[in-house]
Design a protein around this ligand. Structure first.
Ligand SMILES: Cc1cc2nc3c(=O)[nH]c(=O)nc-3n(C[C@H](O)[C@H](O)[C@H](O)COP(=O)(O)OP(=O)(O)OC[C@H]3O[C@@H](n4cnc5c(N)ncnc54)[C@H](O)[C@@H]3O)c2cc1C
Ligand code: SF4
Length: 420
């Protein structure tokens, strides 16, 4: 990857607020007594409180409010679907337009980093019990941070060489720069949480721990039946995105790329291909654009980069030689007689993820392989679970909320155990 291409791939798509624009935006806030924006956040962020702090130029206070509630406040500020959450609930919607809560959160966390503010502190009193977290994605990071704040010794086992899960290996850096993810992870490390990388946790690794949290996410691809699926150039979305993030110089995104799917993941794949230099990129979605689950702003962004979108078709065969595919055959989803062919040397399936085998972790799974839990992420005995591996794949902020809830259950479990 040349320096120019890399700069394009990692450059942020949306600029943040300056001091002046942040203060102007904060001044629009009505400081509502009942703060409906707060109820709109799955993780319980209190925008009214941190926006008030920004308004009174207490940016450290704002960053503290955000971090105390959500250790991944920087990442969530970039990737949360605000328009369906806090901003949709904002009282100003009834007047003109909602407060840009996400961008104000981003501003506070950017200032935290710029001025090296210390916003979280590990307690001096330590508990005797040890907790293991499997996976270093948002669910585990949030769970680990809550436990560390309560004085527990936490070790996270992660099979990759870096923490962050989909934040580090999935979401495209033009939406979520790696430096933002790393700064969030530094807050978790600052609380004393220990990380063991390049380690796929085994049952025996977990024996010495008093409680175990499973936050392994969804890393197996849900690939539809396809003739020629074994050809070089056919990828799952997560493989494609991960290779783009990790292989750097050696990654060839393809010249003509077809991405199959209609969600945010499909858009991230198409944007990745385009920013890495693919000449012709097209999203192929079997239903209509109105039915596509991706955020409409993300579709606009993809269109602005020159990415094409074709609806009503799905692929049935990849065609080419053993070493390289060169075209894909598609048929109609609504119009059964419709047929089309597209030249392409990379075909990326963004058609969903499924769980891997979780049998090492003493947890029960349902018929689809998701971990079964009771309220508070209780999965039986000393095991707890949350995030995508439980909810089937939702959002970062929901993984954070569930990870925090599981931490509260783990604390209750350990306190009860300690009394006996
Ligand atoms: C391309 C893409 C774009 C997305 N865009 C958005 C978005 O814009 N906004 C949004 O809110 N959400 C988005 N999501 C969804 C979001 O990323 C997930 O909901 C969230 O990351 C789930 O967190 P998690 O901790 O449950 O799992 P993950 O993030 O998947 O983390 C799980 C971690 O566990 C590790 N692991 C797995 N098995 C083991 C094992 N046996 N031992 C040790 N480690 C293990 C994995 O390596 C990984 O690091 C996107 C997802 C993808 C794929
Ligand atoms: S609902 Fe909107 S206007 Fe009211 S406190 Fe929240 S952000 Fe401010």
């Amino acid at each position: 990857m040349s320096k120019v291409v890399k700069a394009k791939y990692t450059a942020e798509a949306v600029p943040g607020f300056t001091h002046r624009t942040a203060l102007e935006e904060a001044a629009r806030c009505l400081l509502c007594h009942d703060a409906p924006c707060s109820k709109g956040c799955p993780a319980g962020t209190d925008p009214a409180k941190f926006i008030r702090s920004i308004r009174f130029r207490n940016v450290k206070g704002a960053a503290e409010t955000i971090r105390e509630n959500n250790v991944l406040g920087g990442s969530c500020a970039r990737v949360c679907p605000y328009d369906n959450l806090c901003e949709e609930a904002c009282s100003r919607c009834g007047i003109d337009r909602p407060i840009e809560i996400g961008k104000l959160q981003r501003y506070a966390i950017e200032q935290e980093k710029l001025f090296k503010m210390k916003t979280l502190k590990a307690p001096s009193k330590k508990q005797a019990e040890k907790v293991a977290c499997v996976g270093a994605g948002p669910a585990s990071l949030a769970c680990a941070a809550e436990l560390a704040k309560a004085g527990y010794k936490v070790t996270i086992f992660e099979r990759e060489e870096k923490a962050g899960g989909m934040l580090t290996y999935g979401i495209v850096p033009s939406r979520l720069p790696q430096s933002v993810v790393d700064h969030d992870i530094a807050q978790v490390k600052g609380l004393g949480v220990k990380f063991v990388f390049n380690t796929e946790a085994k049952a025996e690794d977990l024996e010495a721990f008093d409680a175990v949290f499973v936050g392994t996410g969804l890393w197996d691809a849900n690939l539809p039946k396809l003739k020629g699926a074994e050809l070089k150039g056919v990828y799952s979305a997560v493989d494609y995105l991960k290779q783009a993030r990790t292989k750097k110089k050696d990654f060839d995104p393809g010249k003509r790329v077809i991405v199959v799917g209609g969600g945010d993941v499909a858009i991230d794949c198409a944007v990745t291909a385009k920013l890495l230099g693919a000449e012709d990129v097209r999203i192929l979605y079997r239903r209509t654009i109105e039915e596509a689950p991706a955020n409409i702003n993300e579709f606009h962004y993809a269109l602005s980069l020159g990415i094409g979108i074709t609806t009503g078709l799905y692929p049935v065969a990849a065609i080419g030689t053993k070493t390289k595919m060169n075209k894909v055959e598609a048929v109609g989803f609504y119009d059964k007689k419709a047929k089309a062919e597209f030249s392409c040397d990379a075909l990326v399936f963004a058609t969903g993820q499924k769980p891997e085998d979780q049998s090492a972790y003493g947890v029960d799974v349902n018929e689809k392989g998701f971990v079964k839990v009771k309220k508070g992420g209780k999965a039986g005995g000393k095991f707890f679970a949350a995030g995508d591996i439980v909810n089937g794949g939702k959002t970062v902020v929901e993984a954070v909320a569930e990870g925090k809830e599981a931490a509260a259950s783990i604390i209750a479990y350990l306190e009860k155990k300690g009394v006996k």
